[in-house]
Design a protein around this ligand. Structure first.
Ligand SMILES: C[S@@+](CC[C@H](N)C(=O)[O-])C[C@H]1O[C@@H](n2cnc3c(N)ncnc32)[C@H](O)[C@@H]1O
Length: 292
């Protein structure tokens, strides 16, 4: 049996809560030469939870390597172009992470907002974002909020508004029912939202095509990391994969085609929507959706 089918069987076993069968299939895939198989076997042997942003070494290495290099280059360029066109005096970044998209975008624009608010629930990533923005030497007022988007908007003082809000690959972390409230709050408090997300293909959850697609894409993704593959796979990619393949054990994100993002934005009251593809990324094409 080829490694791809063995890995599909491993994910199927995980869906059935059979961790030891999954580990055996993963080890067999590793013997066939699959890097994903080797990492999955190790992960099933050693990992205890699925958190991905609390100990950020793996995420920060992930996001600075592989196909993310080109993706973030293009993303920051596109954001900077939007600042240039819109000249926002106030900017809000929801789920800013360590500032990898925001920092270079601010460095590349001729129109730096006077005030930038960043919201981020991971203390470690927020500290890294603060340090990065401080080191940039750019002059603007930075306000940092250690909170989830849900808590930030629930506690927001009346009358706060921003010219532009951005959220790059962060709103996928919110379960759809909680995301709806955050999108409505963004609609009410901002003139424009720029959302970067992945246009992920849709399959019936847990179907053989779904599991096969996850296997193919993650094998390609891990292969992009060379010497960092172990750190990135164990600390970030595999907890993500397990959350997508066997969500009853806990998931980290909720993704779907760009069309569904546009529908959710429409339901939140946004009317003007444009979509631009930013990069053909291993996981799925990355898109930038502008909403007003
Ligand atoms: C894939 S990272 C993207 C980070 C950053 N925006 C970037 O483009 O590099 C997802 C981010 O969403 C944050 N996040 C997770 N849950 C969140 C929530 N409920 N509200 C706001 N941000 C959240 C994570 O801590 C993480 O920083």
């Amino acid at each position: 049996m080829g490694s791809e089918q063995l890995l599909v069987d491993a994910l199927s076993a995980l869906r059935n809560d059979d961790r030891s069968a999954a580990a055996k299939y993963a080890a067999a895939a590793a013997e066939e030469g699959s890097r994903l198989g080797a990492e999955l076997a190790l992960h099933l042997d050693t990992a205890t939870d699925r958190a991905v942003y609390d100990q950020p070494a793996a995420f920060t290495t992930f996001v600075r390597g592989g196909g993310n290099v080109e993706l973030y280059e293009r993303l920051s360029d596109a954001l900077a172009r939007r600042y240039d066109q819109l000249r926002p005096a106030t900017l809000l970044d929801v789920g800013c992470g360590d500032g990898l998209a925001l920092g270079p975008a601010l460095e590349r624009t001729a129109q730096i907002p006077a005030t930038v608010d960043v919201v981020e629930p991971s203390a470690a990533l927020l500290d890294a974002a603060k340090a990065r923005l401080a080191e940039s030497g750019l002059i603007f007022e930075l306000r940092t909020w250690h909170a989830t988007a849900q808590d930030f908007f629930a506690r927001l003082a009346d009358g706060r508004r921003w010219h532009l809000a951005q959220s790059t690959f962060a709103l996928q972390s919110l379960p759809p029912d909680e995301r709806a409230g955050v999108l409505r709050a963004l609609r009410e408090t901002t003139e424009e939202l720029v959302l970067a997300e992945f246009d992920t293909p849709e399959y019936p959850e847990g179907s053989p095509e779904h599991l096969r697609s996850l296997v193919t894409r993650y094998e390609r993704g891990i292969a992009e990391y060379g010497a960092d593959a172990r750190l990135v796979a164990q600390g970030f990619m595999l907890p993500m994969l397990l959350g997508q393949a066997a969500p009853t054990g806990g998931r980290n994100n909720w993704e779907h085609p760009a069309e569904q993002w546009r529908r959710q934005l429409g339901e939140a009251g946004f009317t003007y929507l444009t979509t631009e593809e930013i990069a053909d990324y291993w996981w799925a094409p990355a898109v930038l959706i502008r909403a007003r």
